[in-house]
Design a protein around this ligand. Structure first.
Ligand code: 13P
Length: 253
């Protein structure tokens, strides 16, 4: 089963609309030259209109970093799926550990948002991963199993096959301390087996599972050469055009 690798930049709370547009103008040519890799940038809501405009006709996909599960309603400060779709956004990161930690995101809300993403035609990038104390307690796989099953609960096999999962061990995010490729591959293989138990092996073999946590141009190839790792979700190293291009090139099959 061949899965198209996907490199997604998660810009977190960085870049204005004009900075986002300038970024795409710098990377679009190089991104177009890399065949066989899906290149995505996930930007703050305010940068999305300019980003979508700049990315039109290029091979760079645009994603948001969160959304509400309802179509509309009295939810001050929230953004819905149809609002993102109306802009031309195609992807949405859901359940990032920073949202779980600082903004009370739970497995239940991640599941609701995953369903909403499919309802409105967005590709969800669902984040799972253990905290340092969970790793030290030996519960990495259990944490990932629970989070993965909760996020995918109630999806059809066809939807599950289209989910992108990002395995991001929390202790590796923004710390410069990445997991080893071997370790990440083992956890990601396990996540795939959890999906296989629920949806069947054929479906699980289609799910793209990224690694995230201190991925850089210098280590991306190592992760990408692992059998079960289908790309990366990258924070800090996705902010500079040259570094982003190197990541996309490094993901080439
Ligand atoms: P860093 O690449 O900065 O470690 O961030 C990873 C991350 O959180 C991507 O979602």
């Amino acid at each position: 089963m061949s899965r198209t690798p996907i490199i997604a930049g998660n810009w977190k709370m960085f870049k204005t609309g004009s900075e986002a547009a300038a970024f795409v103008n710098e990377v679009k040519q190089a991104a177009a030259n890399v065949q066989g890799v899906e290149a995505v940038v996930c930007a703050p809501f305010t940068a999305l209109p300019a980003l979508v405009e700049a990315a039109k006709g290029t091979s760079v996909g645009v994603g948001a970093q969160n959304m509400h599960w309802e179509e509309s309603g009295a939810y001050t400060g929230e953004i819905s799926g149809p609002m993102l779709v109306d802009l031309g956004v195609k992807y949405v990161i859901l359940g990032h550990s920073e949202r779980r930690q600082y903004f009370a995101e739970t497995d239940e809300t991640v599941n609701k948002k995953t369903h909403a993403a499919f309802k409105y035609g967005l590709t969800p990038i669902v984040c799972v991963g253990e905290k340092l104390e969970e790793r030290e307690a030996g519960s990495t796989k259990e944490v990932c199993r629970v989070q993965t099953l909760a996020a995918l609960e109630g999806l059809t096999a066809e939807q599950a096959a289209a989910v992108v999962i990002a395995y991001e061990p929390i202790w590796a995010i923004g710390t410069g301390k990445s997991s080893t490729a071997e370790d990440a591959n083992e956890v990601i293989g396990y996540i795939r087996s959890v999906a296989a138990d629920k949806f069947g092996g054929e479906t699980a073999a289609k799910i793209r599972i990224q690694y995230g946590g201190s991925v850089k141009p210098a280590n991306v190839r190592e992760f990408m050469s692992a059998s079960d790792i289908d790309g990366a979700l990258v924070g800090g190293a996705s902010l500079e055009p040259a570094s982003y291009i190197a990541l996309v090139e490094g993901a080439r099959a």
